[in-house]
Design a binder for this molecule. Structure first.
Ligand SMILES: [Cu+2]
Length: 392
């Protein structure tokens, strides 16, 4: 061979070295092929496994994630390159079965205790970490920003094994206060639901213990609202929200620790029992949901037997439809959430998941034709809004 490489004749390169180069090339080609046959679009590929976010905050987090992966990949390529360069071009030459080499050829040139080199590879990672830290803090501050007086405040109550969403306060697009925070009832579910007596042989007897067998202090952090959505084992709770509107979530758990997670928000936060005593910040906000559509939500904290089935749906609709929905629910307090959704020409049931569905990809393994997650309106399917409902 007369080919030259770096000014040196490639004939000097050992046959095993060129074999390694061939192998590395083949491996790279294989990796590229693997990437292409996954069917990822370029837009999907550069998200490096993350979903496309739908909130302003999620866009910031996605950017941070993308640059972090790019930085890590650049570092990885450098390290892999050095490793392969070393094992390819600095192998011991010749056949090791043959007679031992002279002592001065036993080891390659040693570069230990090279102070400038050691300082460099101590300082460079520090710089890398500092840069990553800076952008992480900037993004986190943006994501955790809480503004006063958000238009919609939702009380999220997680329990084994479902969700309750209550509208704590709602300001309509025209500025009218549809639900006022004063209407929310705090805690005391036992006072509301559980009598402090029991009956024995037709006789009414008092329950012993503090507060008639009910501890009034317990769970008094839970909130009960006039307009609520309650998930059951036969119905996925659908939380309707307006697009383009700041929404606050106030999280609480009625039992163990759960986690409120909407993958498309690229955000999850634990829902705690006794958030205050547990020094947890139960509040977070999204500045807006940027597009209409249905997004699956899940519990992201192993919370017991049916944890994997604690699904819910966040459905973003236009502010007009949302306001009509809230109005209709207030006018029809006995109606179910499905009836309220039907009244404003929305799919009455979840279109992204079904009860007891635990798969990660919800669109491919669901009962046939749940619906279109990108268009949950039934106006085009002949739906007429309920009497008095104005959807525009
Ligand atoms: Cu849970």
């Amino acid at each position: 061979m007369k080919l030259t490489h770096g000014g040196r004749s490639s004939a000097r390169r050992s046959p095993s070295a060129s074999r390694t180069v061939k192998r590395v090339t083949a491996l790279g080609a294989l990796a590229l092929t693997a990437l292409f046959v996954t069917g990822c679009s370029p837009e999907e590929a550069v998200r490096f496994g993350w979903p496309a976010g739908v909130t302003t905050e999620s866009k910031s987090m996605l950017t941070l994630w993308q640059w972090a992966v790019i930085a890590a990949l650049a570092m990885g390529v450098l390290v892999w390159g050095l490793i392969f360069w070393t094992i390819t071009f600095h192998r011991r030459k010749g056949n090791s079965d043959q007679a031992p080499r002279p002592a001065d050829e036993e080891f390659p040139r040693q570069t230990g205790y090279n102070v400038p080199l050691e300082l460099a590879y101590t300082a460079i990672p520090f710089v890398l970490i500092a840069v990553l830290f800076y952008f992480t803090v900037v993004t986190q501050t943006k994501v955790e920003k809480v503004e006063d007086n958000p238009a919609v405040v939702v009380d999220v109550t997680a329990f084994q094994w479902n969700w309750k969403f209550g509208y704590n306060s709602v300001r309509a697009a025209d500025g009218a206060q549809l639900i006022d925070a004063d209407q929310a009832k705090k805690g005391a579910p036992f006072e509301l639901n559980v009598p402090d007596y029991y009956e024995h042989e037709g006789e009414r007897k008092e329950l012993g213990g503090p507060a008639g067998g009910r501890d009034q202090k317990i769970r008094d952090y839970l909130t009960f609202n006039n307009v609520e959505v309650l998930g059951t084992s036969s119905e996925i709770p659908i939380l309707l929200l307006p697009t383009g509107t700041r929404v606050e979530f106030v999280l609480a758990s009625a039992d163990v620790v759960h986690s409120f997670w909407v993958p498309e928000f690229l955000f999850k936060r634990d829902t705690f029992p006794f958030p205050e005593q547990n020094h947890q910040n139960p509040k977070f906000q999204i500045s807006e949901i940027e597009r209409e559509g249905a997004f699956v939500g899940r519990c992201a904290e192993m919370c017991g037997t049916y944890h994997s089935m604690m699904n819910f749906e966040v459905r973003a609709v236009s502010p007009a439809v949302f306001d009509a929905y809230i109005q209709w629910r207030q006018d029809n307090p006995k109606a179910t959430n499905a009836e309220a959704l039907a009244a404003v020409c929305q799919e009455p049931q979840s279109v992204v998941t079904a009860p007891f569905n635990s798969r990660r990809v919800s669109s491919t393994d669901l009962p046939d034709n749940l619906g279109d997650a990108n268009n949950t309106s039934t106006v085009g399917k002949g739906c007429k809004p309920a009497e008095g409902v104005n959807l525009s």
